[in-house]
Design a protein around this ligand. Structure first.
Ligand SMILES: [Zn+2]
Length: 162
């Protein structure tokens, strides 16, 4: 799997088991309400990573001049993790087309995805690895994926004090 650099929109994980919690309309509604900070999947991922001994920043900008905030940031390894909400980022499994204002929502999601791709490209140009996870992904699997990416990179940048 992925050598650094070209992952842009590659989905690193797929949910393989069980019914996703995101399929419940109530949860989907709440996801639509809180777009961004401290969503349930993010918190679950953070807890799991902490339990595995990883330390990281939360809601940080990877690049000082760039107004994009990573959900998790590993500065030493230069890994930025984004947990993309299924609705807002157009998850192929869970994005539902709104009945009213369909055009409006479609356009909004399209712009989000463009912005995501743009963010990925800019970070990769600066030597960062970008990991995008869907909010529906299993926290344990997601944490393992992040850990697998972070550890060797942390070692390879040893001596770098950032
Ligand atoms: Zn999804």
């Amino acid at each position: 799997m992925g050598s650094q650099g070209s992952e842009s929109r590659t989905r690193l994980l797929r949910v393989v088991e069980g019914e996703s919690w995101a399929s419940s309309p109530a949860v989907r509604a709440s996801m639509q309400g809180n777009r961004g900070r401290d969503t349930k999947p993010e918190v679950a991922l953070r807890r799991t990573l902490h339990a595995r001994g990883l330390r990281f920043f939360v809601n940080r900008r990877p690049l000082p001049g760039l107004r994009r905030t990573a959900d998790l940031l590993f500065p030493r390894a230069r890994v930025a993790v984004f947990v993309d909400g299924c609705f807002w980022h157009g998850c192929p499994e869970h994005h539902t087309v709104a009945k009213s204002n369909a055009k409006y929502w479609e356009e909004k999601v399209r712009r989000n995805r463009e912005r995501d791709a743009d963010t990925d490209a800019m970070l990769q140009n600066e030597g960062w690895m970008v990991i995008r996870l869907w909010a529906h992904q299993d926290a344990f699997d997601a944490a393992k994926q992040v850990e697998t990416a972070v550890k060797p990179r942390r070692a390879s940048f040893r001596g770098d004090t950032s």
